[in-house]
Ligand binder design. Structure first.
Ligand code: DO4
Ligand code: MG
Length: 286
């Protein structure tokens, strides 16, 4: 089942039928056994009529986040390790990526609070002081305050490859800036883990024409989700739960960089499709 955060309230969708959920987003998603709780709502509630459902779900969708922090895991797929070793060769940092891919401790970094997160249909930014920019399509976990994975969403970990490649210590600047993250279109909630064979697909369009297109499956990840959550929650409390982007498995070729106006389309089986438009921060101050 899918939970949507809309400007008019929370909508729960299952098998084409939609239901209003009269609750606060953060309280709702922080429950344990969220899937069972949502199933009870479906069993006890009358579905919305087709017109009302259309009005809710075809209006603006907000990112499925409230007061949670967004964290990200890095170098969890071979593709990401190889691309980063290549981009950081001249800085001498290539071996960092090789080592972290094989190390017991994963790379985890803070990515965003809700203020910097865009939703489906909204703009994400590239930095004006970065000449090499890519989207990173990532399966994103929602983990509640007890450390239990309750749902999944699509994440875009927008990244500057030139800034990270210049010096690995610039990672926070390559990763954290206004509108550098997107989550959406919904929170997919299931009592069962999302199947490993779920496909993740990235299409980047320029003037309506695909300029990059590729797909793979989330099962190619090096680490288990529980392993990533274990490290993240080891010494941090998340009273409202937390979103964790699990790393990119699709990297456009080194000749590719995003341009303003490009459209980024990310699809993950079972969750849906998130579309974002590339923009630039009008308030850049350098
Ligand atoms: O090591 C830097 C970031 C890695 C990352 O964001 C990813 O692999 O998705
Ligand atoms: Mg990433």
């Amino acid at each position: 089942m899918k939970l949507y955060k809309t400007t008019k309230g929370i909508i729960l969708e299952q098998a084409g039928a939609a239901y209003i959920v009269d609750d606060q987003w953060d309280t709702l998603i922080n429950r344990d056994n969220l899937a069972a709780y949502l199933q009870e709502i479906i069993d006890d509630t009358t579905a919305l009529g087709a017109d009302v459902q259309h009005e809710f779900l075809n209006g603006p969708l907000l990112p499925p986040i409230g007061a949670q922090e967004v964290w990200a895991a890095g170098v969890t797929y071979l593709k990401s390790r190889d691309a980063r070793m290549e981009e950081s060769e001249s800085s001498g940092a290539a071996s960092l990526y090789d080592k972290v891919y094989d190390a017991p401790r994963p790379e985890l970094f803070f990515k965003a609070t809700a203020q910097r997160v865009s939703g489906h249909g909204a703009e994400v930014y590239i930095r004006k002081d970065s000449e090499w920019n890519v989207p990173e399509p990532e399966l994103t976990l929602y983990i509640n305050s007890k450390g239990n994975i309750q749902g999944y969403t699509i994440g875009n970990d927008m990244s500057s490859r030139s800034i990270e490649g210049e010096n690995a210590l610039y990672l926070p600047q390559a990763k954290i800036y206004e509108k550098s993250a997107a989550l959406g279109p919904c929170l997919y909630v299931s009592a069962e883990p999302i199947p490993g064979e779920s496909a993740i697909k990235l299409v980047i369009k320029r003037n309506d024409v695909p300029v990059y297109e590729d797909e793979t499956t989330i099962s190619r990840i090096k680490r288990s989700f529980t392993e990533l959550v274990g490290y993240l929650y080891a010494e941090c409390d998340f009273p409202q739960g937390c979103f964790l982007m699990t790393g990119t498995c699709l990297v456009p070729p080194p000749t590719f960089t995003l341009q303003v106006g490009d459209v980024v389309v990310i699809t993950i089986d079972n969750i849906g499709t998130m579309v974002n438009i590339i923009g630039i921060n009008p308030k850049h101050k350098l």
